[in-house]
Design a protein around this ligand. Structure first.
Ligand code: DX5
Ligand code: ZN
Length: 212
């Protein structure tokens, strides 16, 4: 399992040191939750703040957009050269076009599905994306309770990926801990995002406990 700690749960007063520490502790990707106060009722990082993370990060960034105007945010975060940019399908009229735009920047494109969005909604986009992120909480805040129906959804998505011959990764975001990660692994999940679980513990031990 790859582990992407979410910087949403770090100490914002020590952003650079937190980034250095979480990279050293064994993170595979650094998950950045970009919220605009419109798509979700919370406001987080702009590009200048994310730049102070990327400047010291020794692991690639995984930018998760929770915003209304996806294209605008893709354009302002692309210059930071994250490994992934993901956007919510519920908020995008032209997902196929936007995936291509992200790819044209040399960034791996990914799509995020809210807890109520079926996995089949990405069926005709699979040739154009590198990862599908399934939300296991409602987007907007860290520290929420894991919604267990995502496990069956991940299995259905895995079947769909196999049927279509897609190598896209499956990522899960929200309420992940050392217990539910086992079932997620069995369901075919490749990457877990973890915020409060990692940042409330010894970072290295917490990340290790998710690498099942
Ligand atoms: C929620 C964010 C998550 C969140 C995860 O909108 O997308 O990445 O930070 O935090 P935990 O692991 O605490 O649920
Ligand atoms: Zn996220």
């Amino acid at each position: 399992m790859l582990v992407a700690p979410s910087m949403l749960s770090c100490d914002f007063g020590k952003l650079e040191q937190e980034t250095i520490d979480i990279c050293k502790a064994g993170a595979d990707l650094i998950h950045i939750d970009v919220m605009d106060g419109h798509f979700v009722p919370n406001l987080t990082f702009g590009p200048a703040v994310v730049q102070s993370i990327s400047k010291v990060a020794t692991k690639p960034l995984d930018v998760h957009l929770m915003v209304e105007n996806n294209t605008f945010f893709v354009d302002i975060f692309a210059p930071l050269k994250p490994r992934y940019i993901s956007f919510h399908i519920e908020e995008e009229k032209h997902p196929h076009r936007l995936l291509q735009k992200i790819r044209d920047y040399g960034i791996k494109p990914a799509i995020v599905l809210n807890p109520s969005t079926p996995p089949e909604s990405v069926e005709y986009l699979l040739d154009n994306l590198d990862m599908v992120l399934l939300m296991s909480v409602n987007p907007g805040f860290g520290g929420q309770k894991f919604i267990p129906s995502v496990i069956e959804k991940a299995q259905r998505l895995k079947d769909l990926l196999e049927k279509k011959g897609s190598n896209a990764l499956i990522e899960i975001d929200g309420g992940v801990n050392n217990e539910n990660v086992i079932e997620l692994k069995e369901a075919g999940v490749d990457v877990v995002v973890a915020g409060s679980y990692v940042f409330k513990r010894d970072y290295k031990k917490a990340i290790q406990s998710l690498k099942v």
